[in-house]
Each structure stands twice: as structure tokens, then as C-alpha cells.
Design a protein around this ligand. Structure first.
Ligand SMILES: Cc1ncc(COP(=O)(O)O)c(C=O)c1O
Length: 453
């Protein structure tokens, strides 16, 4: 083989052919035998394309952010119909960046300062709230509603104060929160809206007479690409926005806090690398090393993005399959509505479900743990609605003692619905790798459970 462009292309082709053979031999979806193998709540669905892309990135050996990262950012933005997308190393990093962007001095009076309040819910994933607490802002936990598992919008007016600056919420397990009401509320009080879209990629909401993807209606949206999510790159996340200033701030924070926006390996994109005046630095100090924020390094690698690019091509199919699997379970489990609160899509929404939520009714005659243990014993994986009531967790022990640094807005200054979720709710999977045989087995297992009751 010659050391020429043609030689390289030819050799790559041979390597990719071997990768495909390897995939077919050792990775091609093994049949999951229900009852023998676990029916997971989520999982990677991939073929040789992901493996070829990751090998391609390994052969290029660029390692850090490069062509695959740029391609991924452009393609995800195109899918979501949003202007800007920034790839990150996780969904938690995406949430951190989304929140910290709103604390930037570049936003003037609208910036979030320590001690300001952010409206959110406690029935969520911890890292939707963590950045708020770590920064020294005050989370205001509003109770949620069933069967949407999202914020109870009738409590929003009770949650607002002169210190409120933002609303930061996830679309619970793919079900959009009432975006119309939340947007109206944010507009009324001039609040920022961050949509944690980590569990809802592909969900849509009918807003201002058209269907819009969740994550793109607020000021900033976030995604996670951890394996059970709608698509994966192992670890990974994204932050998206239509606002060019927020995009600049997000990129700066992701990339060490720098003022420069050159891609990796590029210099002087701005054309004023040695001519600018910044802070108290001498005139012409290298713009590459000028820092406008106290930032991080939350960048993704080429290997992650290479997998993500292949997954993006499959995303429309993944979304369709999740909806279909959810509908199947919803129809079949309707029979047990005497025992369970069954999930309902938010009005005016078209959810791309992350999972199928079930809440055991008070007088069902069995507990959540009874059914969860039974399902797990029958090799059907179950999950809690993440933290349940986040405030009850050990990480809140100190804050709970003082009762400071967070607020609660719910009936009797408590969160009765969130607490009920902590005690009575669980969920099972609807991921695209589930077959009709697996779904039938799940329904059959529920049937047997109720026969024995
Ligand atoms: C709603 C929500 N937000 C954020 C995250 C964090 O994403 P990651 O695991 O990629 O950090 C998750 C993770 O599952 C999540 O469910």
C-alpha cells in the first residue's frame, strides 16, 4: 500500500470492512430471550456504522474536538431546528453550562447572582438542580402534578418573588411540561427558561400554531447522550440556543473561560489575535489566552462525536420506536388502571418517551416495592423516577437542618405529590431495542402478578 491519499482511502476501506465483519460476528444484536435475559429499561442500539466511525476517528487520531464534533453540532442543530449547538462531555455538564451561562457578566442586570431564586421541581434528576445550589442561588421547589409528572403550573404565582431570575425544568421522562403556561409566566416576570431536554430528545410541543421540538422553546436547552438516552455516544451532552450571545458565553465557559473562539488546532479566527485590548492586559496580548469567564473544560472528544454522528442518522427511527412501544404498554396496561395511575401525555404535546411511568394507587392492595421486586425477579428491569423527592436525600441533610438555601412551594408548604412519587412510582423501558416478544412478556408478567394478588 502506498503512502498516498488513494492508498490511505483504500486501506481505510479494508479496515472498515473488517470492522463490519467484527460487528456482524460479535456485536450484532443477540436475541434477548424474555425471562432468561434481562429486559433492560434502556440500552445502546447501534450497528457497524457507529463502530466504523469510531475507528475512523481513531485512525485520524485527532482525539480532541474536531471534524466529527463540528459535524455533530451542525446536524443536531438542524434536527432540532435551532441556530446553535455546543457539544459537551455529559448532560450534567450541559446543565452546568446552561445555568452558568445565565450568571455571565455579559448579561448585565439580567444575570443570575448568588442569592437569586430559580424555580424548579424536586421530582427530578439531581444535576438539573446541582448547578443552582453550587453557585449559591436558591432553588424554589414547586410540587408536580400527576399523571404528567411535571410542574404544577397553578403554583407558579406562589413561587415567584422579587429575587426570581429563572425557571429550570426537565421534561419528565419525555413528557413536555406545560410550555405554554411556563413561557407565559417567564414572559410576565422577565425570567430565563432552561429546558433540561436530557430525557426528551425528539419530543414536540404545539406552540404558536406549530409543532416545535422541546429544548428549543426556552432560552437554552440541554441533552444527554449517556447510553440509555434517546441516542448515545457513551458519555456526552449538548447545549442549544437561538441566542448568539448565550452561544458565545456557553462556548467560553465550556472552553476554559476563554474569550477566543478558534476551533482546536486553529489560530487567529477573529483576525485580531495580537491587536486587542482586554482587561488590564497589555495591548496585543495573545487573544488565545484571554479569559472572559471563570470556565471549565467540558469538551467532548472526536471518538464520542463519531459515535454520535452515526446515532443521529438513526434518531428519527429511535423516536418512532419509543412512541410505538409506549403506546403498546399504555393500551395493554389500561386494564390495570384500578391499581395504577397511568401516564398521560401533556396537552398539545407529542412526547418522545424515555420510559413508561406507573404510580401504584393508595388502595391497590400491594406496594410499589411488591411489584418492583416481582418484576425484577422476572428479569424486567425497573427504575425509580430518579431522586423522587430530591430534598429527602443525604446531600440535603445540612440544608434541611437550617431550612435555608432552598424554598418549597406546595400544599401546606410541603410537596405531597412529589412525596407520593417517592413512595409509589417506578418506570419500565420503552427503548428502541425492545421487541414485540419482550413487550408481550412484560404484559404477561403483569397479568401473572395480578392473578396471584
Ligand atoms: C433529566 C436529566 N438531566 C440530566 C441528566 C444528566 O445527564 P448525564 O448522565 O449525561 O450527565 C440526566 C441523566 O440521565 C437526566 O435524566
Amino acid at each position: 500500500m502506498k503512502k498516498t491519499r488513494i492508498g490511505r482511502t483504500k486501506l481505510k476501506k479494508e479496515i472498515f470492512k473488517k470492522v463490519k465483519d467484527y460487528y456482524n460476528l460479535f456485536h450484532k444484536q443477540k436475541r434477548v430471550v424474555p425471562g432468561v435475559d434481562y429486559i433492560n429499561y434502556g440500552g445502546r442500539v447501534y450497528n457497524e456504522e457507529e463502530m466504523i466511525n469510531i475507528v475512523d476517528s481513531a485512525l485520524d487520531f485527532w482525539l480532541t474536538s474536531g471534524k466529527y464534533c463540528s459535524e455533530f453540532e451542525k446536524r443536531l442543530a438542524r434536527f432540532l431546528k435551532i441556530k446553535y449547538c455546543t457539544l459537551t462531555n455529559s448532560g450534567s455538564s450541559a446543565n452546568l453550562l446552561a445555568f452558568m451561562a445565565l450568571t455571565s457578566h455579559k448579561l448585565g442586570e439580567r444575570r443570575i447572582k448568588p442569592g437569586d431564586e430559580v424555580i424548579t421541581v424536586a421530582a427530578s434528576f439531581p444535576t438539573t438542580v446541582t448547578p443552582v445550589i453550587q453557585y449559591g442561588a436558591i432553588p424554589v421547589f414547586v410540587d408536580v402534578q400527576l399523571p404528567s409528572y411535571n410542574i404544577d403550573c397553578s403554583l407558579l404565582e406562589k413561587a415567584v418573588s422579587g429575587k426570581t431570575k429563572a425557571v429550570m425544568l426537565a421534561h419528565t421522562l419525555g413528557n413536555p411540561f406545560n410550555i405554554k403556561k411556563v413561557k407565559k409566566f417567564c414572559g410576565k416576570y422577565g425570567l430565563w427558561l432552561i429546558e433540561d431536554n436530557c430525557d426528551a430528545l425528539g419530543s414536540r410541543y404545539f406552540y404558536k400554531k406549530k409543532w416545535i421540538y422541546t429544548g428549543t422553546i426556552g432560552d437554552i436547552g440541554t441533552s444527554s447522550f449517556y447510553p440509555p438516552h434517546h441516542m448515545t455516544m457513551g458519555e456526552g451532552g449538548a447545549v442549544y440556543t437561538n441566542d448568539s450571545l448565550l452561544k458565545r458565553i456557553i462556548d467560553s465557559l465550556r472552553d476554559w473561560g476563554r474569550d477566543c473562539w478558534c476551533q482546536s488546532g486553529k489560530d487567529n479566527t477573529c483576525g485580531r489575535r495580537f491587536t486587542g485590548k482586554f482587561g488590564q492586559l497589555p495591548l496585543g496580548y495573545d487573544h488565545k489566552y484571554v479569559y472572559s469567564h471563570f470556565g471549565y473544560n467540558l469538551r467532548a472528544t472526536e471518538m464520542q462525536a463519531a459515535v454520535g454522528v452515526a446515532q443521529l442518522g438513526k434518531l428519527p427511527h429511535f423516536v418512532k420506536a419509543r412512541k410505538k412501544n409506549w403506546r403498546f404498554l399504555r393500551e395493554k396496561l389500561e386494564e390495570y388502571s384500578k391499581y395504577f395511575i397511568l401516564p398521560e401525555p401533556e396537552r398539545n404535546s407529542d412526547p418522545s418517551w424515555f420510559g413508561f411511568l406507573l404510580t401504584v394507587k393508595e388502595k391497590a392492595g400491594f406496594s410499589r416495592n411488591d411489584i418492583v421486586k416481582y418484576l425484577e425477579a422476572n428479569k424486567i428491569q425497573t427504575r425509580m423516577l430518579f431522586a423522587g423527592n430530591l430534598i429527602k436525600h443525604p446531600c440535603f441533610n445540612e440544608m434541611r437542618k437550617t431550612g435555608k438555601k432552598f424554598k418549597v412551594v406546595g400544599k401546606g408548604r410541603k410537596l405531597p405529590i412529589t412525596d407520593s412519587i417517592t413512595n409509589n412510582t417506578f418506570w419500565i423501558g420503552v427503548y428502541p431495542g425492545m421487541t414485540k416478544e419482550m413487550l408481550d412478556y412484560i404484559i404477561n408478567s403483569f397479568e401473572l402478578f395480578f392473578q396471584k394478588l
